[in-house]
Design a protein around this ligand. Sequence first.
Ligand SMILES: Nc1ncnc2c1ncn2[C@@H]1O[C@H](COP(=O)(O)OP(=O)(O)OP(=O)(O)O)[C@@H](O)[C@H]1O
Ligand SMILES: [Mg+2]
Length: 262
Amino acid sequence: MGRIVAVANQKGGVGKTTTTINLAASLALAGQRVLLVDVDPQGNLTSGVGQKGKSAPSGTIYDALTAAEPTTDAAPFIIPTGVDNLLLLPADRDLTGAEIELVTLPHREKRVRALLTLVRDRFDYLFIDCPPSLGLLTLNALVAADAVLIPLHCEYFALEGLADLVGTMRRVRAALNPALDIEGVLLTMFDERTNLGQQVANDVRQFFREKVFRTVIPRNVRLGEAPSHGLPVMLYDAKSRGAEAYLALARELLERSAATAA
Ligand SMILES: Nc1ncnc2c1ncn2[C@@H]1O[C@H](COP(=O)(O)OP(=O)(O)OP(=O)(O)O)[C@@H](O)[C@H]1O
Ligand SMILES: [Mg+2]
């Protein structure tokens, strides 16, 4: 069964979408079957893999999530990306309404979980890109996930607000998804030239210990440019430091899961 990883941090602009796209693409290029799930009404994941405005004939994830009864088969909503082994459940602006519409629907926190039930065993990894909030869409992602990957921007206040995410995870474990784990904490936009970056990285490692990935994502302009071409960074500039970093992260993730399985 595929591993479901929610990429979450309610803080905006910390590298959730960049990490989702480039980690997933690295794994797909390594032969893993990967599904991208966009639950952010901004639709940055969808546009970042070149699929802005695209959907399957059945519609976007909005249509799947707001049906009268929970949808248990995501297959009719999945579309290809330009990358082999990398498929997408796309989102668009409509999803903004789901945050409100879901409130009155049955099983409102379990809709994403239900949606992935039948397709899950067709993939090795399913990555859910969350919006920058702890609303119902993020809650749905946490209820669906085996584990949460938390990107942290290496700047002052990086840890601020994280208590809210950890608290939400605790409540999700208690009520809806007891097995929810932390996949790892990822330091992003790291600038080695500043002491602040070093200091924040040290603080984060002291707090999250072995949960922090060894791999650190540097600040790299190619990572910012690639989405406007609708490409993962390794297909945009394979030699860039950003591409190397996300390929290293994928290796680390696979090594970790092999170690856990053994
Ligand atoms: N390592 C990096 N180096 C340089 N730019 C980066 C890096 N990571 C992300 N960016 C850029 O920073 C901005 C925010 O990144 P991203 O969209 O991945 O964050 P996010 O957490 O998904 O944001 P949101 O909370 O709005 O969903 C984007 O313009 C992205 O291209
Ligand atoms: Mg995002």
